[in-house]
Design a protein around this ligand. Structure first.
Ligand code: GTQ
Length: 351
């Protein structure tokens, strides 16, 4: 299909100043000087810049926050991975996703609260911490993915001996943009502990069915232990050596749906020596490295990554992931905004 050339449109400068003043005084604004900015041809304009946050750079600053700011003054001790393309103070990595690295020290408690944005924790470092989600106590171990869905009470505690850190992924920028973001301070929920969902859904394809009454729960499984995810990826790779990508989605085990209505999560194993070319898709994405090292090229920009690093890509980007090792697999967790794009009829895969 040949595309018609774009008409050159009138500019602000061409309009008389007193006319513009009258427009502004009446809370009006002319479309045509800005039309190309909000409706660019063929492909959206992305504020989101491909950005890498190396854990070795963030960690000392996060530990320093542990010295500078006690938990009582922080509620959540987090350094936000802010995309410079959106402005650092806007605290967003992509249009839908907020990322933060959170630190909890031994003996500390990040108090109970709940909020409208959905959140996921991906555990990065340390042992002995836990997240309570509506009373379900979830141990935090490296690589685990733990959901705290919208409206669920949650708190973080730490009975161990060394600092524990994790990556928070929230749909905060979207919920904030909808003017629907708010929080409530906590209640003590320990009195009504829930059974561990990880034990209830311990085997793929099997769900608890006490006397055939199935659970109606939008988030039946809260904690996805890394050991299981890794084993699943390895078994997938072994079962189908020709498979295009060794990737498994984190889903609601009752119905196979994405965990959240806004963000989709999956895990990828890059086989030894593998280069994985991801086609141009409309949603932005975030990658967090659990194990291994390699490089990525996003819109022609190249980054080297290793364990515990995090990077993001704008939508409509070609992404090429390369495992640096010829002998060891690399593992990463991917979050993308495809659920929002699909619901709004915007989802595209090109080439
Ligand atoms: O742990 O509940 O990074 O409420 C931002 C807001 C983490 C949390 C964040 C939060 C939390």
């Amino acid at each position: 299909m040949s595309l018609a050339p774009l008409r050159a449109l009138g500019t602000m400068e061409e309009l008389p100043k007193d006319y513009l003043d009258n427009l502004f005084a009446t809370n009006l604004y002319p479309l045509w000087p800005s039309l190309r900015a909000v409706l660019p041809p063929h492909k959206p304009t992305a504020k989101t810049l491909p950005t890498l946050w190396e854990y070795q750079d963030v960690r000392p600053l996060l530990m320093k926050a542990g010295e500078l700011t006690p938990m009582e003054k922080a509620e959540r001790r987090v350094l936000v991975l802010s995309n410079p393309g959106h402005g650092l103070a806007n605290m967003q990595a992509t249009p839908v996703m907020y990322l933060g690295l959170q630190l909890i020290m031994p003996g500390e408690l990040a108090p109970n609260h709940r909020h409208t944005p959905n959140a996921v924790r991906i555990i990065v470092e340390g042992e002995g911490a836990f997240t309570g989600v509506n009373g379900e106590r979830c141990p935090m171990e490296r690589g685990d993915l733990i959901l705290t869905p919208s409206g669920r009470w949650h708190e973080h505690g730490h009975d161990g001996k060394s600092p524990v850190t994790w990556l928070d992924v929230l749909d905060l920028p979207l919920i904030l943009g909808l003017e629907a973001s708010y929080l409530e301070e906590g209640h003590d929920v320990k009195s009504a502990p829930l059974p561990a969902s990880t034990s209830q859904y311990s085997a793929a394809g099997l769900a608890p069915a006490p006397l055939f009454e199935r659970v109606q729960n939008t988030h039946p499984l809260i904690r996805f232990p890394w050991a299981r995810t890794k084993a699943g990826l390895q078994q997938l790779a072994a079962a189908d050596p020709g498979i295009k990508a060794v990737q498994m989605a984190y889903v609601n085990p009752e119905n196979g749906a994405d965990c959240f209505p806004t963000i989709s999560f999956s895990a990828i194993m890059l086989r030894p020596g593998e280069t994985l070319n991801i086609p141009e898709r409309s949603p932005a994405a975030v990658f967090h490295i659990v194990e291994g090292s390699g490089s990525v090229e996003i819109r022609g920009q190249k980054f080297d990554w290793k364990e515990a690093d995090t990077f993001c890509s704008p939508g409509f980007s070609t992404i090429s992931l390369k495992n640096a090792s010829a002998t060891a697999p690399a593992y990463m967790i991917v979050a993308d905004e495809s659920p929002v794009h699909k619901k709004l009829g915007l989802y595209e895969v090109r080439n």
